[in-house]
Design a protein around this ligand. Structure first.
Ligand code: PMP
Ligand code: GLU
Length: 396
């Protein structure tokens, strides 16, 4: 088979792969604690499911406009206004098959061959792969764990070249849980405006935030940066709707029109029933959301407490549902004669000998870490952290 260069260069999503392995081991009856999963373990709230049933029963089962139901786009605009005082019109919104698809559409519309896209590391696995699929060049800035994995304006400016087209910002961040403050965003925004660099601001975890932190959208700083920014969001995380596949992008009307045309040939509209359910989701759910956030926070605090107790080095997360555990000091050690020489090997042996599934930092651009997701029960978290502690203590 003669596969394209593009196809040959793509690597599979390590987050989805680890989730699949953990689920398969569980199905085989093995006891596995799944710290690999990147989706809320909560069920989609009932009022949303009822909306989907209503949509089906009332015939919302046909094609919709490619860009999404007008009522849904209006609901999205209202949320931007209410949450962040951001003004968008429905023709500045495109609804896609998940936030992942929304990001891909932006890259398809903006990136020409050889264009550089700046991505702070650790990054969500799919960003560099998607850039490469659009024949762009990912330019990685290694964010310092001592600065909570946040990059500074001068680090950003140093990585800008004539070819830089776009910057990908993700706050709250996956896999780090990092949250940028308004002042930090202002610093980055000044550089981006000065050099006229477009921004993808992936705000999918905006509602999952702790320690009294507040989410700010970079687009809300001023009109200049708003005009350069494409905000990504969706219902996957906030409403525990990962399987429904609804995400969206907000930004410049002309660019949104191009993205809509691209989507019209690739997938047409997102699922009509899920669109209707997403519209109802966006208009409510405060109680369910605050219960979910409170539960995540309880688990986060527990994780931090236990990691301190076990002497594990980590970076304190302030958002999303992940924590990065430092594994650098275990490199060079072995278990049953098997050497740990990378984060992949650490994750593989941890799963093999102590039944805890995690995601290796290599896929996120930092081989000194593994990612633990706390989107799993407190009971599992307790057991899983004991397993990790036992694993570490058995390394020689
Ligand atoms: N961005 C980030 C940072 C994510 O963690 C995810 C989770 N998969 C996505 C985008 C994609 O979300 P969706 O499931 O809506 O495609
Ligand atoms: N974003 C989640 C994660 O990072 C889900 C998996 C994916 O879409 O990559 O685990």
């Amino acid at each position: 088979m003669e596969i394209s260069t593009r196809g040959k260069n793509v690597t599979p999503s390590s987050t989805l792969a680890m989730n699949a392995i953990a689920n398969q081991l569980k199905a085989e009856g093995k006891k596995v604690v799944n710290f690999g999963v990147g989706e809320p373990d909560f069920d989609t709230p009932l009022y949303i499911k009822e909306a989907a049933i209503h949509a089906m029963l009332t015939g919302l089962t046909k094609y919709t406009p490619v860009s999404g139901l007008l009522e849904l786009r209006q609901a999205i605009c209202s949320r931007f206004k209410n949450d962040y005082n951001l003004e968008y019109k429905p023709d500045e919104i495109l609804v896609s098959n998940g936030a992942k698809h929304a990001i891909f559409n932006v890259l398809q519309a903006l990136i020409d061959t050889g264009d550089e896209v700046i991505i702070p590391s650790p990054y969500w696995v799919s960003y560099p792969e998607m850039v490469k699929l659009c024949d762009g060049v990912p330019v990685i800035i290694n964010a310092d764990p001592k600065n909570d994995f946040k990059i500074t304006p001068s680090e950003l400016e140093k990585s800008i070249t004539e070819k830089t087209k776009l910057f990908i910002l993700n706050s709250p961040g996956n896999p780090t849980g990092t949250v940028y403050t308004l002042d930090e965003l202002k610093g980055l925004s000044d550089i981006l405006v000065k050099h006229k660099i477009y921004v993808i601001s992936d705000e999918i975890y905006d509602k999952l935030i702790y320690d009294g932190e507040k989410h700010h959208s970079i687009a809300s700083i001023n009109d200049e940066i708003k005009n350069l920014t494409f905000i990504i969001n969706g219902v996957s995380k906030t409403y525990a709707m990962t399987g429904w596949r609804i995400g969206y992008v907000a930004g410049n009307k002309e660019a949104i029109k191009i993205m809509t045309d691209i989507q019209s040939h690739a997938t047409s509209n997102a699922n009509s029933i899920a669109q209707y359910a997403a519209m109802i989701a966006l208009q409510g759910g405060e109680k369910e959301l605050s219960n979910m956030v409170a539960e995540f926070d309880k688990r986060r605090k527990y994780m931090i407490e236990k990691m301190e107790e076990y002497g594990i080095n980590y970076v304190r997360p302030k958002g999303a549902f992940y924590v990065m555990m430092n594994i650098a000091s275990y490199k060079g050690k072995s278990i049953n004669g098997e050497l740990i020489d990378s984060s992949d090997k650490f994750a593989e042996l941890l799963l093999k000998y102590n039944g805890a599934a995690t995601v290796a930092g290599s896929g996120f651009g930092n081989d000194n870490y593994i990612r633990l997701s706390y989107a799993t029960s407190l009971e599992d978290i307790k057991l899983g952290l004991e397993n990790i502690n036992n694993f570490i203590n058995s390394l020689r």
